[in-house]
Structure formats: structure tokens, C-alpha cells
Design a binder for this molecule. Structure first.
Ligand SMILES: [Ca+2]
Length: 318
């Protein structure tokens, strides 16, 4: 029998998503909900780092479908009426058709306040944050001031409570085809977060992806919002490159499909381009300690077993 999600040993996890962009964010949320159900992780909360008001409601749709309607959801504030890219307009459909009770990001707590509250309640050096979108919330969290949740500054709180940041973004060891999407969303925020994040960071880059979707849109239950999102985002019966599931798989299970490479220091340029170097930049403060804690993943998927593992979680549903 699977242990309950409350069992000690389940990995305390926070997810930061740019839901409203690519549909692989839905895949990542489905995975963490599936792992939460099995007691593999304890999903503390989900933060939205895009401003479209409907994004937080769509997160609630997925959590609710998996039987976790009360998992806290925070949103980058203020939200606005911006819509998703039309080619991936799954969010509106999910919110329209599936049960949820969070009406939108404007009704959700400020992501920074929620981060602080949730982190403060956890054991020291225990929480893993997986970011699969923009680093906007992460940068603001570092700069946050003491509040009712904690007397610590944001950077102190992260240093105290977080074990590791797993960040999907960039290309490794360097971006040779322009800035990667997530880093380009907020280059300044990305640089601030990467330069000052006080715990180890593992980067999962553009080169690490799986190709899936066909099984989700053909085998998942007809009442699954994950199925609908993939049908809209990738097309029915279509396999598509997907990134956001891999940092989740790595965060929960580490080895097996991944090797870790030393990044040295991940330099973020003004446009969001990035470059790893084992040479520590002379202008970086505390760079020796930070540089030794920045690594990137190399993913291998012999016989497609990682892909199948992920697909199984997306297809099975509740
Ligand atoms: Ca994403």
C-alpha cells in the first residue's frame, strides 16, 4: 500500500509555473499530483509566474481533478486580462469545462507571501522548488522582507528552508541559438535569481526534453483535463517535444535517467542567453561557493523508459 502524502519522507515540493504558455506545464502539474497521491512527494503549493488571471484557475482544475482541491496556489500580482497564446489556448477551455473553486489569480494569494508562509512551516533545508517558467517570483522572493510568516529576509529564508532549486531554463553548457524561452521571459529576474540563489541549483535545459502527447490524447480518460489540454496544445494523437516534466522527474527521483554536470557559474546575458563556465567571474560576490553549486542535467532515455514513466502518470489520471 502506498504511504499517505502526510508520511514523513515524502519530498516537500513547490512548483513555479508559467502556465498559459506551453502545455507541458499541465504535464508537470499532473505528474506532481500523481506523485503526491502516491506519497512520493508532498506538493506544498503551486506558484504562477505569468500574469494572465485564468492561469491560477487552470492550476486548480488540475489539482482538483487529482483530488487535491486545497493545495495552495499563489499568483504573480497584479494579474491582468492577458490571454494565452492562441496556439495553446487550453487554459480557457479547462477553466470553462472542469470543476475548480479558485476563480483566478486575482483571488489567489500573492505568490511571494505564499512562498514565505509555506517555506517558514517546513523543516530546515528540506524543500525542493521546481521552476518550469519565468524566474520572476524567485527573484522577488529573494528580495522579500520579513513579514508575519517569518522574521527572516527572503534570501535568509530560502537559505534556511530550501534544499535545492531545479530550474528549467537556458541551454547547456551554453545557449548557441539565442536565449531559451523561460530565461527570455524575464532576463533580469533570471540573472538576479541565478546570481543570488543561496542553495544548489540544478538546471534542466532546452536540450533535455521528451517527445510525447499521443498516448495522453488517446488513452487518458475522456473526462481528464490533462487529455483535453494536450489535445488542444499538441493536437489529438500528436507527439511533441516537452520539457517541463523532466525537472519534476529529476527532483523526485534524481539518478537513473540523469547525470549532473558542473556548470561553474551560469552567466545570464541581458537578452536571457546563458553560458556555463567553470571560471568564476571576477565581479561575482561569494562566487566560489555559488559556482560550485550550479549544475546542469544530461538526460538519457534508454528504450524510452523515462518517457513511458511520464506518460503512464499522465494517462492514468487519478
Ligand atoms: Ca513552462
Amino acid at each position: 500500500m502506498s504511504p499517505s502524502a502526510e508520511t514523513n519522507g515524502a519530498l516537500p515540493l513547490l512548483v513555479d509555473t508559467d502556465i498559459c504558455a506551453d502545455v507541458d506545464d499541465i504535464g508537470a502539474l499532473a505528474m506532481v499530483n500523481s506523485m503526491h497521491s502516491r506519497g512520493e512527494v508532498r506538493l506544498l503549493g503551486v506558484m504562477v509566474d505569468t500574469r494572465g488571471n485564468a492561469g491560477a484557475a487552470a492550476v486548480d482544475v488540475v489539482n482538483t481533478y487529482y483530488g487535491h482541491p486545497d493545495i495552495p496556489i499563489g499568483a504573480l500580482q497584479p494579474t491582468d486580462a492577458s490571454k494565452c497564446d492562441l496556439s495553446h489556448d487550453y487554459v480557457g477551455h479547462l477553466v470553462e469545462r472542469f470543476p475548480h473553486d479558485l476563480t483566478g489569480g486575482s483571488a489567489a494569494p500573492n505568490a511571494i507571501h505564499l512562498y514565505r508562509k509555506l517555506l517558514a512551516a517546513e523543516k530546515d533545508h528540506s524543500v525542493v522548488i521546481v521552476s518550469v517558467g519565468a524566474a520572476t517570483n524567485l527573484a522577488a522572493l529573494l528580495d522579500s522582507r520579513p513579514d508575519a510568516a517569518s522574521a527572516l529576509s527572503g534570501a535568509e529564508l530560502v537559505s534556511r528552508k530550501v534544499a535545492r532549486l531545479v530550474l528549467m531554463g537556458g541551454k547547456y553548457p551554453y545557449s548557441d541559438t539565442g536565449p531559451e524561452f523561460n530565461f527570455k521571459l524575464d532576463p533580469a529576474g533570471t540573472r538576479h535569481a541565478v546570481d543570488h540563489w543561496p542553495t544548489p541549483i540544478t538546471f534542466s535545459g532546452l536540450e533535455s526534453f521528451v517527445k510525447l502527447g499521443k498516448r495522453v490524447s488517446t488513452e487518458a480518460p475522456l473526462d481528464s483535463p490533462v487529455r483535453m489540454a494536450f489535445e488542444i496544445g499538441y493536437g489529438p494523437g500528436v507527439n511533441h517535444d516537452a520539457w517541463d516534466m523532466l525537472p519534476i522527474l529529476y527532483a523526485a527521483r534524481r539518478g537513473r535517467y540523469f547525470t549532473e554536470k558542473n556548470c561553474g557559474f551560469n552567466r545570464i546575458s541581458d537578452d536571457g542567453s546563458n553560458r556555463c563556465t567553470v571560471d568564476v567571474p571576477s565581479d561575482a560576490k561569494e562566487s566560489d561557493s555559488i559556482a560550485s553549486r550550479q549544475r546542469y542535467l544530461r538526460f538519457s532515455d534508454p528504450e524510452g523508459r523515462a518517457t513511458a514513466t511520464i506518460e503512464d502518470m499522465l494517462v492514468t489520471g487519478r
